[in-house]
Design a protein around this ligand. Structure first.
Ligand SMILES: Nc1nc2c(c(=O)[nH]1)N[C@H]1C(S)=C(S)[C@@H](COP(=O)(O)O)O[C@H]1N2
Ligand SMILES: [Mo]
Length: 326
């Protein structure tokens, strides 16, 4: 593997030493060898597949152990698509705005303040976050409420590891995630498209579900600014907007948090926002989705799966009317 390990999980950049041509050739050889049966196993194929992505030449590498329990077999979204087609309203509302303007975000130094209903409130810097639990790579689907989806290899660990560290009190029923809102770094914050800061929230048992991830990287590197550097949430069974980016505060509460999208359009965006093909958005169907990177004139849309294809979260909602709690 190209990724070496350091005590803090960070590695020096060296992807720039490899030309895209070499990567392409290597991948072709891999695929040929796969075809004649001289190399077996999805792991090797995955490696070749990943090497084919042009990553950011100067980004810090993040060594992470693939977690086979959390790997979807769908083809990964090309890195260029995942980093140029984004929602990050702090940098503008066009899909291309974050890639264009997020260069002004300074992801280091960075801290997350953890407060509210916890026995051990604390402020964690990036080094502390990187060391909090072993970094894993998990390949998750992410589906936006707008009807498109991606498949991204995230680097991070279960959010539950952080909960364990700060010890929520018995009163902690919900968790609130607050993104940075700095007009100097984020031009979109000057515009009232949403109430700033961007806030999202979960019920505590949702936050403790092992699928809920605190992500510090993707594609083997630290998060690009446009994808929510340096730390974000990734909740693969919920619409993308629940996965708050560039988080500066995590607050444990008794009451259900007000969330940015629910405040801006309550009839369209509920607190739960589980991916659900059976509950239409008031203005469009949620039954199908477009996979970014595979669109073509004749590409058929994919069927959206209940909980985005993560049925293991169903027990969290047992007995709830998911049309009412959308
Ligand atoms: N702070 C913040 N977080 C955010 C958003 C945002 O505008 N601001 N957009 C959300 C939406 S709508 C989606 S679909 C995902 C997109 O993540 P991606 O750009 O990494 O694919 O981020 C979510 N997190
Ligand atoms: Mo979204």
């Amino acid at each position: 593997m190209l990724i070496k390990s350091h005590s803090n999980g960070i590695d020096s950049p060296f992807a720039s030493e490899i030309t895209p041509r070499e990567i392409f050739e290597a991948r072709r050889t891999f695929i040929k060898q796969m075809a004649v049966g001289s190399i077996a196993g999805t792991a090797l194929f995955e490696m070749a597949n990943r090497a084919a992505f042009a990553q950011s030449p100067n980004a810090q590498k993040l060594a992470a152990k693939p977690n086979p329990a959390y790997v979807v077999m769908d083809k990964q979204t090309p890195y260029t698509d995942a980093t140029t087609y984004n929602n990050f309203y702090e940098f503008g509302t066009d899909k291309s705005d974050p890639a264009q303007y997020a260069g002004s975000l300074k992801p280091r130094p960075w801290t997350i303040a953890i407060e509210g209903e916890v026995k051990k409130p604390m402020t964690l810097d990036l080094d502390a976050l990187l060391k909090l639990a072993p970094l894993e790579e998990r390949i998750y689907r992410l589906r936006c409420v707008e009807g498109w989806s991606m498949v991204i290899p995230w680097v991070g660990y279960s959010l539950s590891a952080l909960l364990k560290k700060v010890e929520p009190t018995g009163n902690a029923k919900y968790v609130e995630f607050v993104s940075l809102a700095d007009k100097k770094q984020m031009p979109g914050v000057n515009s009232p498209v949403l109430e700033w800061p961007y806030v999202e929230g979960l019920r505590i048992d949702e936050a403790n579900h092992p699928l809920a991830m605190l992500a510090l990287g993707m594609y083997g590197e630290v998060l690009p600014n446009q994808n929510g550097a340096p730390v974000r949430i990734v909740l693969p069974w919920k619409y993308g907007f629940k996965s708050a980016k560039s988080i500066v505060k995590i607050r444990f509460t008794k009451e259900q948090p007000r969330t940015a999208w629910n405040v801006s359009a309550p009839q369209e965006y509920g607190f739960y926002s589980n991916v659900n093909p059976n509950v239409d958005h008031p203005r469009w169907s949620q039954a199908t989705e477009r996979r970014i990177g595979e669109d073509g004139l004749f590409t058929r849309k994919r069927k959206t799966l209940m909980f985005n294809g993560y049925p293991e979260v169903a027990p969290l909602y047992a007995g709830m009317d998911l049309k009412k709690f959308y």
